[in-house]
Design a protein around this ligand. Structure first.
Ligand code: MLT
Ligand code: ZN
Length: 467
């Protein structure tokens, strides 16, 4: 660090206005701790630029002072990727970059600044009669810059892909303060390396995303949403295959709830109004467009009947549909309410899911007898949350502190052993750096470090995260 802290905060204040440079403990507090309270950080200051030019000037000032920066969006991440580590770092909050810059109904694109919440992007698209399909439980508070920086997934990946698949163009402030303007609304553009993809999923280690041009899609005119008892994971996969054979990629979501996830919901929310079906269950949604309307419901009903699935609730109103989704989305809240869990978000190839689940369940229960599980997730993506809670009566925080690392190693070893991934959607951040080093080939890590060094030779952009 060159120059004094006071000089840097004065310089930042001259750029964004003194009110948006936070330095007191109370003002900084919400930016210094992560969503899951795994990391309590410190920072020299929190700075809140109001537009791209201010963001670039902030980055240039920090770079000139040799001070590291931690970009932060809605601060809803699960791996500590947006939490500063020490009081020699500046948090750059994107929350004031919250404008929808443009919406093109015919071209079906929207250009938004990084601090727009995911829900606000969805709402802006809906106002134009279109769909922005990225969706997840945190959508009211997570912000699109963070969604892109972490390549967020969520509940409709099966049909629409991850954040990466929905980005057409980006505007990025590079670690030295230069601005890369690639806000193009083009579906076709073969002009060399697709640089925007470098910054998507980079967790803020290569630059700060300040705006994005995103794909919009036709808005479904009908949704058939159902909760069904499937019997086994293998039967769930067979149901998915049959649904796709019948209605193609109108299958939008295919979520799985094992018996233990349903039990956690009942423990935490005994009076909730959602239906109680025998476990395991699938919550699936198919989306129809115009001419499909009448046929979609019949087709889904026929598949359920054909698979011999009698125990099912098909939503008959938007309210019922939302109740079913609330049930699914409340599983993480149930875990929190029960004292918190050791969380995993592993992926394995779809066909490996049934055996993987049997194996990992048996191994965890044998080694941590009495622990409670919460197993659920995005089955159609091969992505399951295999979460582990303390045995009833045990202190949840102590259990997590003492066993999280060993449970993680066991679960991740089995997932990687099945040619899967130790992190399907939540990313690496601070939490899973050791896993990245453990499971990825030397050549892969070397390439990541080569890229990091090329873009951020002084290591000032979100240090200590990812690789
Ligand atoms: C979810 O799918 O609900 C979240 O990604 C997982 C979690 O909170 O564990
Ligand atoms: Zn998830």
């Amino acid at each position: 660090v060159t120059g004094s802290r006071a000089e840097l905060t004065a310089a930042l204040g001259a750029i964004v206005g003194p009110a948006d440079v936070l330095t007191t403990a109370a003002a900084c507090a919400p930016y210094l701790v992560d969503e899951r309270r795994l990391y309590q950080g410190r920072a020299l200051a929190v700075v809140r630029p109001g537009d791209t030019a201010e963001t670039a000037a902030v980055v240039a000032a920090c770079a000139a002072a040799g001070v590291a920066m931690v970009p932060q969006g809605g601060n809803t991440g699960y791996c500590g990727g947006a939490t500063p580590r020490g009081d020699d770092e500046v948090v750059v909050s994107l929350e004031r970059l919250d404008r929808v810059r443009a919406l093109d109904r015919v071209g079906a694109t929207i250009t938004v600044e990084a601090g727009v919440t995911l829900a606000a992007v969805q709402d802006a698209a809906a106002t134009a009669g279109l769909l922005f399909p990225l969706a997840m439980g945190s959508q009211a508070s997570c912000r699109i810059g963070g969604n892109l920086s972490t390549n967020a997934g969520g509940l409709a990946v099966l049909r629409y892909g991850m954040a990466r698949d929905l980005a057409l163009g980006l505007e990025v402030v590079l670690p030295d303060g230069r601005v890369l303007d690639r806000l193009r609304a083009l579906r076709k553009d073969n002009t060399g390396y697709d640089l925007k993809q470098l910054f998507i999923g980079a967790e803020g280690t290569l630059g700060i995303i300040t705006a994005a041009t995103l794909k919009l899609l036709p808005r479904p005119t009908q949704r058939v949403t159902f909760l069904a008892t499937v019997g086994t994971p293998a039967a769930a996969l067979e149901l998915l295959a049959r649904l796709r054979e019948t209605v193609g990629d109108h299958v939008t979501s295919f979520e799985y709830l094992a018996a233990d996830a349903l039990a956690r919901l009942d423990e935490a929310f005994p009076a909730a109004a959602w239906p109680r079906l025998a476990a395991p269950c699938v919550l699936a949604e198919c989306s129809g467009f115009g001419a499909d309307d009448t046929r979609l419901l019949e087709a889904v009903a026929a598949v359920l009947e054909d698979r011999g699935i009698a125990d099912a609730v098909v939503a008959t109103s938007e309210q019922q549909r939302q109740t079913l989704w609330r049930m699914r989305e409340q599983v993480p809240a149930a875990e929190r309410q029960l004292g918190g869990s050791v969380k995993h978000d592993v992926a394995v190839p779809l066909g490996e899911l049934p055996e993987f689940l049997d194996t990992v369940r048996a191994a965890v229960v044998a080694r941590w007898p009495g622990c409670r599980l919460s197993v659920y997730g995005h089955f159609g993506d091969g992505n399951v949350h295999f979460n582990v809670l303390a045995p009833p009566g045990a202190d949840a925080a102590t259990f997590r502190r003492d066993h999280a690392a060993a449970i993680g190693t066991l679960v991740h070893d089995l997932a990687e052993g099945a040619r899967g991934s130790f992190s399907a959607e939540h990313g690496v951040g601070q939490l899973k750096r050791a896993e990245l080093a453990r499971y990825r080939e030397g050549v892969e890590i070397e390439l990541m470090r080569t890229l990091k060094h090329a873009l951020d030779p002084r290591g000032l952009m979100n240090p200590g995260k990812l690789c």
